[in-house]
Design a protein around this ligand. Structure first.
Ligand code: ARG
Length: 310
């Protein structure tokens, strides 16, 4: 048993830490999306929303969201994902369409389904969380609340190592470091805590994309030297994506879907990246390039417009 690596939050890795010792994990294969009817930009929650002169085209946004939905429908037809699920966007919740942020769903080794509810940094986003709690309750998840942390933004900041019971947790902008002390004990899984130091990368899902058990693509400028050292211990291959490409194209918000049948490995990414696209292709991914420009105005792209659920 590997119990010495559970219940742990890491800020540096001990010499005896090894990915091989982390328990295996099955990837969730269902996709949840949130309808975009009330999507809007009403205030500034991140650096991308500061460009007030850039107006949102709501019709275009809805078309772009529909195109992403069509991609997932095709993936379902081809057995690449199991099912596409929907939650209705709520009036007054202009950011609810970014449904990677309100929760962190997790399955225990015995099959029990848990969901950690987020504590959104912005007041206007806090109203989104109860809608998700209700949705997960209906699907037999057990909701869990963090007691100490004041900020935690779910899958926006927590990304699992492919195929392993190991989490990477970004903190410093939208989630508190203390959230991971709680997460590691309530989910019984080790967490590698990564401080996010660059406002261009305010969630972990804007700068860090695990590609396989052995490879990751990321933007080095988002992390501290200690963070990079931990990441390099966990992945043999690190594809470095230039900051300019990551900011311009949101390519590090790609949705990568590793499949048990390697021929079905699929990724969805905003159009226009060069380095990230090359990394995906080199790792054997079939890539869908789509347009998410209207959502990028709000600071999000593919990865945050969906949630992977069990
Ligand atoms: N406007 C939203 C916010 O600032 C965008 C969230 C994007 N989500 C993400 N996981 N990057 O909260």
């Amino acid at each position: 048993m590997l119990s010495n690596q559970t219940f742990k939050i890491y800020h540096t890795l001990p010499h005896d830490f090894s990915i091989q010792n982390c328990e295996q994990r099955q990837e969730p294969m269902r996709v949840l999306m949130c309808t975009p009817v009330y999507f809007d930009i009403v205030d500034v929650k991140n650096i991308y929303m500061e460009k007030r002169e850039v107006k949102l085209d709501r019709n275009k946004a809805i078309q772009q969201w529909e195109s992403l939905k069509t991609v997932y429908q095709n993936l379902q037809k081809n057995d690449i994902i199991e099912e596409l699920l929907m939650i209705d966007g709520a009036r007054g919740c202009e950011d609810m369409v970014f449904c990677a942020n309100q929760t962190f769903p997790w399955q225990m080794p015995d099959g029990e389904k848990l969901v950690v509810m987020s504590k959104m940094r912005h007041l206007s986003r806090q109203a989104e969380v109860p809608y998700f709690e209700e949705w997960f309750l209906k699907r037999n998840y057990k909701p869990l609340q963090l007691k100490v942390a004041t900020m935690f933004e779910g899958m926006g900041d927590v990304i699992p190592h492919p195929g392993k019971r190991l989490l990477y947790g970004g903190y410093g902008q939208r989630s508190d470091r203390s959230a991971y002390t709680e997460l590691t004990s309530i989910l019984n899984v080790p967490v590698i805590a990564l401080k996010l130091v660059n406002p261009n990368f305010y969630h972990l899902d804007t700068c860090f994309v695990p590609l396989t058990e052995h490879a990751v693509m990321l933007c080095e400028q988002a992390f501290t030297a200690e963070g990079m050292a931990m990441i390099r211990r966990c992945f043999e291959q690190v594809y470095l994506i230039p900051e300019e490409e990551a900011v311009k194209t949101f390519c590090l918000n790609a949705h990568v879907i590793p499949h048990s049948d390697n021929n079905k490995n699929t990724a969805i990414i905003q159009l226009g990246s060069k380095y990230a696209l090359a990394a995906l292709i080199q790792c054997g991914y079939h890539v869908y390039e789509i347009e998410t420009s209207e959502f990028m105005k709000s600071g999000g792209s593919v990865f945050c417009m969906k949630m992977m659920v069990y």
